[in-house]
Write a protein that binds this ligand. Structure first.
Ligand code: HEC
Ligand code: HEC
Ligand code: HEC
Ligand code: HEC
Ligand code: HEC
Ligand code: HEC
Ligand code: HEC
Ligand code: HEC
Ligand code: HEC
Ligand code: HEC
Length: 312
């Protein structure tokens, strides 16, 4: 009785240790002990490709693709060969590549492979999008063999995009910019990398709708609309960053003066000419050296009854 108990306890303990080991050591041992390990599509590859090989690949078991309990995943189907194809030639001679390598040269084969499962709402606008047209493959952004795909993490996503988008990389070094480097938001806060119905792959149909998903206070309709603000925020702002405060394209008063010429009002707030009441020294003095926004603080539009000039 005693010995029996001891044995059972021993077995239980071993089981527990195995389980713990699996959990702690991670994918490799999970694979050896776990479900799916017997799958021929798995077995025949991991003989040569494991966590110790030159290109470790088993972290895929820690991703959604590795969830065997989910019957839709590659690992629940033919494991490695679901994505890479049966690859008989590679099995016979490992100097020959497997059927699908996801390399750039056969981008379309790789994309078709991913799209055999991913063809729903998320990728509705992929066909015809800039990335699709320019042959950027799914793996141009996604990584299959890491526990956490960097492009799916807000803090690391921009780095993936910036490997190709050098202009935006440069903009993000400017002093006034969105908090991307801080991980508070990412490119996909404004862009849908899989394509969209708007110009520039924006997440909404227009620039303004896109900006207003976060800047709701700038969303009209206002009693007094400022035409450019209701038309397109990027008339005045550079969304990727700027050397001017407030991410403005130009500094005031020049920004305003690209449209507002001197008629009844000053053409330059830095000189006294043309100022209202310029004949009175105090009037000129009031304007001199001041920015348009000191008085017209509500350039995005306002609901104040006497805000027609965006002064309140
Ligand atoms: C007999 C050993 C062996 C077997 C079995 C094997 N491979 Fe390979 N595989 C290699 C070697 C060697 C390389 C080249 C070195 C490397 O990239 O690790 C390679 C390379 C690869 C590559 C990279 C190819 C490239 O051109 O970049 C992929 C993908 C791959 N194997 C997938 C698989 C899949 C999927 C299976 C199972 C169907 C499999 N391998 C089975 C040995 C093997
Ligand atoms: C979801 C589809 C998918 C599944 C399932 C999958 N792979 Fe891959 N594999 C890829 C993609 C995509 C790449 C290209 C590089 C990347 O994204 O990391 C790749 C690259 C590779 C490479 C080359 C790695 C390198 O760094 O050059 C090997 C080897 C490989 N896979 C082996 C396997 C093995 C073995 C399995 C099964 C345990 C497997 N793959 C399962 C999609 C998959
Ligand atoms: C056999 C079907 C199948 C194939 C092939 C496949 N996937 Fe998946 N993928 C899935 C399933 C199922 C999920 C989990 C979806 C969920 O949880 O809603 C998933 C999830 C994902 C996710 C989200 C991961 C996350 O952590 O949220 C990405 C990204 C992805 N797949 C990209 C790819 C890419 C790129 C390829 C081609 C290299 C590919 N998939 C091939 C079935 C597949
Ligand atoms: C230009 C980069 C890029 C390309 C190319 C790309 N993706 Fe994505 N993908 C992303 C980003 C970024 C996200 C996260 C989006 C988000 O959080 O709104 C994502 C998310 C996903 C998801 C998860 C969706 C979810 O809701 O969890 C799947 C699945 C996916 N991509 C599949 C694919 C497939 C399949 C392809 C190729 C046809 C592809 N992606 C091409 C960048 C890309
Ligand atoms: C592998 C390279 C590559 C990666 C990675 C990449 N892109 Fe692109 N992207 C391109 C190319 C090529 C174009 C087309 C030429 C251009 O406009 O620069 C493009 C175009 C775009 C456009 C303009 C679309 C249009 O309709 O004008 C946007 C927006 C964009 N990418 C956003 C992203 C975002 C966001 C990411 C990261 C999630 C990303 N890209 C990752 C290569 C890439
Ligand atoms: C705050 C919103 C916002 C963020 C964040 C953002 N973009 Fe944009 N992006 C825009 C707008 C707006 C446009 C102009 C769209 C149009 O054509 O009207 C644009 C245009 C682009 C274009 C097209 C070329 C161009 O310069 O006109 C590319 C490429 C691009 N963005 C890449 C990126 C990348 C990469 C990131 C992340 C590092 C990023 N964007 C982050 C709003 C944003
Ligand atoms: C995903 C959310 C999001 C979207 C979409 C977004 N923004 Fe922002 N925006 C932010 C955050 C977060 C800040 C930083 C706020 C802070 O620091 O208080 C910010 C700050 C700003 C600032 C002030 C910068 C400064 O230096 O004071 C401007 C201007 C701005 N955004 C314009 C835009 C424009 C234009 C668009 C559309 C092209 C846009 N934003 C889209 C989140 C967003
Ligand atoms: C006519 C030019 C103009 C247009 C168009 C414009 N803005 Fe502005 N915006 C400004 C000026 C000027 C500032 C003040 C910058 C400063 O603080 O120095 C500003 C500041 C901001 C700020 C930071 C301060 C605050 O008020 O929260 C945000 C956010 C912002 N704008 C978002 C937007 C959005 C969203 C749109 C589109 C709906 C937009 N802007 C359109 C001129 C404009
Ligand atoms: C892209 C051109 C453009 C820019 C840049 C611009 N505005 Fe305007 N603004 C307009 C238009 C168009 C109207 C409407 C004029 C009308 O109704 O006669 C307007 C109206 C106004 C009005 C009300 C005038 C009236 O007659 O009702 C004020 C005040 C004003 N803008 C101030 C500014 C300030 C301050 C800036 C700089 C932050 C600025 N604007 C930048 C185009 C612009
Ligand atoms: C010292 C405050 C002040 C400054 C600085 C200022 N404005 Fe004004 N502005 C006003 C007031 C007050 C009115 C309304 C005058 C009226 O109702 O007759 C006005 C009216 C306007 C109008 C409407 C003109 C019209 O025909 O009724 C425009 C456009 C305008 N300002 C643009 C600008 C621009 C552009 C700048 C910067 C170069 C600027 N303002 C700087 C106070 C100022």
């Amino acid at each position: 009785m005693r010995t029996f108990r001891k044995q059972t306890r021993g077995a239980l303990l071993t089981g527990l240790i195995l389980l713990l080991g699996t959990w702690m050591v991670g994918p490799a041992s999970a694979a050896e002990t776990g479900v799916g390990a017997d799958d021929p599509g798995y077995k025949k590859c991991v003989r040569c490709h494991d966590e110790e090989s030159e290109h470790p690949v088993l972290s895929i078991l820690m991703t959604k693709h590795g969830v065997v309990a989910d019957s839709r995943t590659p690992m629940a189907n033919d494991a490695c060969t679901t994505c890479h194809g049966p690859s008989q030639a590679h099995m016979d001679d490992d100097a020959l590549p497997p059927d699908v390598t996801f390399e750039e040269k056969d981008a379309s084969i790789g994309i078709a492979q991913c799209q055999s499962c991913h063809n729903g709402k998320q990728l509705m606008h992929w066909q015809g999008s800039k990335h699709q047209m320019e042959n950027v493959a799914c793996v141009g952004c996604h990584s299959a063999h890491v526990a956490q795909d960097p492009v799916l993490d807000k803090t690391t996503e921009p780095d993936v995009c910036l490997t190709c988008h050098q202009d935006q990389r440069a903009s993000l070094t400017k002093p006034f910019r969105h908090p991307l480097r801080e991980g508070e938001m990412s490119c996909s806060g404004c862009h849908n990398p899989h394509g969209s119905t708007s110009k520039g792959n924006l997440v909404r149909n227009t620039v303004n709708e896109t900006c207003n998903t976060c800047h709701a206070d700038k969303r009209g309709p206002f009693l007094w609309e400022h035409q450019p603000a209701s038309e397109d925020c990027t008339i005045c702002h550079s969304p990727h960053g700027s050397v001017h405060m407030g991410m403005l394209k130009q500094r005031g008063p020049w920004l305003c003066q690209t449209c507002h010429m001197a008629n009844q009002h000053p053409s330059s707030a830095y000189s006294g000419t043309g100022l209202p009441g310029a004949t009175r020294p105090s009037g000129a003095q009031q304007m001199l050296g001041r920015n348009c926004m000191n008085c017209h603080g509500e350039v995005h539009g306002t609901n104040h009854p006497s805000g027609a000039r965006f002064t309140r």
